[in-house]
Design a protein around this ligand. Structure first.
Ligand code: HEC
Length: 216
């Protein structure tokens, strides 16, 4: 898998999607990733997720090597990443997020739709599903705004992640101290290498359909 080349492990997930009960506060629906409406979003989403995964790993390693472990804690992850500019007629990227069941920063807590994606992946992993890696696609209705289309993929830890997400007792005391100060409710520790860490989510708006042809 290409993503492995950059050392970013995306776990495989399952293909067929069933309907999930929408959470009351958010209207979302699962979309078959191979349906015609989802294909452009899925393709753009997967490319973006590969880039984000590469950036997440690249940034982690670069910061560890340059500013060092303690400073890195203040700077991660991709806080200042600029979104690429929208291209006319293509799905427009409107945001991305890393989230998980066990979060460090409360700001990264999953919303109802993200929680459904986490549940879906957790269940697939429990079944030990060997099916080819499949992105998850959702459509979210937003009052007064175009639908938000989401693409998700799972995210795993690599050894370099364990400086800050590994067994709590194994963390360097200085790191533990920074984490404790910045994130007193931190739950994002005690991972092992190649554990399932969470999900990456990218969100898109679809281009407006072309205006109807003028009447003759
Ligand atoms: C130098 C310490 C450090 C390293 C190394 C590190 N992280 Fe993090 N990680 C953090 C911090 C700090 C946050 C909270 C960031 C924020 O405020 O959004 C975080 C947050 C996350 C989140 C978002 C959910 C949450 O818990 O808030 C994910 C997912 C994540 N890290 C995955 C990884 C992965 C995968 C790696 C390895 C490629 C990695 N991290 C390496 C410090 C680190």
């Amino acid at each position: 898998m290409k993503a492995r080349v950059v050392g970013f492990l995306l776990l495989a997930l399952v293909g067929r999607l069933g309907a999930t009960e929408p959470a009351p506060e958010m209207k979302f629906a699962w979309v078959d990733p191979s349906s015609p409406a989802a294909v452009p979003v899925r393709q753009a989403g997967l490319r973006m997720i590969d880039i984000l995964g590469g950036n997440l790993v690249g940034e982690t390693e670069r910061l560890l090597a340059t500013v060092g472990l303690n400073e890195s804690v203040e700077l991660l992850h991709l806080q200042n990443l600029k979104l690429p500019r929208a291209i006319e007629g293509r799905p427009k990227l409107i945001g991305f997020k890393f989230t998980s069941y066990r979060i460090r920063n409360p700001r990264n807590a999953p919303d109802a739709a993200e929680l459904a994606a986490l549940d879906y992946i957790r269940d697939a992993l429990k079944r030990g599903s060997e099916e080819a890696s499949q992105p998850l696609v959702q459509k979210i209705e937003r009052a007064g705004a175009p639908d938000e289309w989401r693409v998700y993929r799972p995210l795993a830890t690599m050894t370099s992640c364990l400086y800050c997400h590994g067994a709590f007792d194994s963390l360097q005391p200085a790191v533990r101290a920074v984490l404790h100060r910045r994130f007193p409710e931190d739950q994002a520790v005690n991972y092992g290498a190649y554990d399932w860490r969470g999900i990456v989510r990218v969100s898109y708006e679809l281009p407006a359909p072309p205006p109807p042809a003028p009447a003759k």
